[in-house]
Ligand binder design. Structure first.
Ligand code: PA5
Length: 353
């Protein structure tokens, strides 16, 4: 596979996932615009917690928003990826169900439970049962049009959820920040997209380095969800075994896992997402961690993220990782759009009702 041949890249991507990934900056702005039509109910901002219900590509937007607003949101935000709901969720919790298809059973089940507990509900979806329930029950709904797979709607997911929190008065208006973040992504795209050569394109070079190995992506603070996103995109898009770790916890266990099996040193590649804005103790920790891992014979690639604030750094990291996964799919010779195992499992679960 020649990553510099547009023809070969397109032949490997019949569902045009590359085109959808490129739309990330526009999605961020479109989602925010759509969310401005959200009419908060009285007391939506007067909640003691926010819970975002979702799975996979529809949950990660919640993690990213949580990381981005961690220093401004006055109430805790929890992302729930399961059927049961934690006990704290009740009448004074704002519960946002996020499901691209509107058909994900874990999300629908948790949503139903939140409804029975009298929580303040909201829904973000492209349609399906979630939209139907919202219409029938008069639950506030942000319905967006997106023909691609859930993982390619990350821009919508982030800005719609952020928009709801902002309209509810829980976080400040992010219009200007999102415009600047989208502009940063547009500038980054010039050196990430498919028509930029490997010499210019960091995503293509990282994909080459990951090829044939098991990536372990790690990060700290506001970049932790980006590490998770890299991992899930390597899984779903590139069909690659991949894992993620979060600092500082990494240093209390995973840092010892370098010796066995011997193949670990050959097969694993560690990718460190590094922000110059990390707390100074975290910066020291990242440096020491890299030194120890390298001395233990592990391959470590540091990615210094770009951006002026948490929002920009988190979105830039996601954009880079999404392109890495696209090029890794090309090197693996797999369709980046298709998720046959995931689809088959969902179908079988639906049949076993
Ligand atoms: O990216 C994907 O396709 C998955 O991770 C889905 O997001 C996940 O299965 C949940 O589906 P949905 O987003 O439709 O709720």
């Amino acid at each position: 596979m020649d990553l510099d041949s547009l023809e070969e890249l397109r032949a490997n991507d019949p569902g045009a996932l590359g085109v959808l990934i490129a739309e990330f900056p526009q999605q961020v702005l479109q989602g925010w615009e759509l969310a401005q039509g959200w009419e908060p109910r009285p007391q939506d901002g007067d909640v003691s917690a926010v819970a975002i219900l979702g799975m996979g590509g529809s949950a990660i937007g919640g993690d990213l928003v949580n990381a981005i607003v961690a220093d401004t949101c006055p109430v805790p935000i929890h992302v729930v990826r399961d059927y049961p709901l934690p006990g704290f969720i009740g009448q004074d919790t704002l519960v946002i169900a996020s499901s691209h298809s509107g058909e994900t059973e874990e999300t629908l089940s948790a949503f139903e439970e939140a409804r029975s507990r009298g929580a303040r509900l909201a829904a973000v979806t492209t349609g399906g049962s979630l939209a139907e329930i919202a219409h029938e029950e008069d639950i506030p709904l942000l319905e967006f049009a997106h023909p691609g797979p859930p993982r390619a709607a990350i821009g919508f997911s982030v800005s719609l959820i952020l928009g709801i929190l902002s309209r509810a008065g829980l976080v400040p208006d992010a219009s200007g920040d999102l415009k600047r973040a989208a502009a940063l992504l547009d500038r980054a795209a010039v050196h990430l997209r498919e028509d930029s050569s490997t010499a210019e394109n960091r995503a293509k070079r990282i994909a080459r380095m990951l090829y044939g190995r098991i990536p372990v992506i790690y990060a700290a603070e506001h970049l932790a969800p980006a590490a998770r996103r890299w991992k899930t995109q390597c899984n779903e898009v590139s069909k690659t075994a991949a894992y993620f770790e979060i600092l500082p916890e990494f240093d209390h266990n995973a840092i010892e896992g370098t010796g066995f099996p011997e193949a670990a040193q050959r097969d694993l590649v560690l990718v460190s997402l590094f922000s110059a804005s990390y707390d100074e103790r975290t910066v020291r920790r990242v440096r020491l961690t890299e030194e120890i891992l390298s001395s233990a014979g592990m391959a470590v690639e540091e990615v210094k993220v770009e951006g002026e604030n948490r929002l920009e750094e988190a979105l830039w990291s996601v954009y880079l990782g999404d392109y890495v996964s696209l090029y890794l799919a090309a090197l693996n010779g797999v369709d980046p759009h298709a998720t046959p195992n995931l689809d088959s499992l969902k179908q079988q679960m639906a049949r076993s009702d």
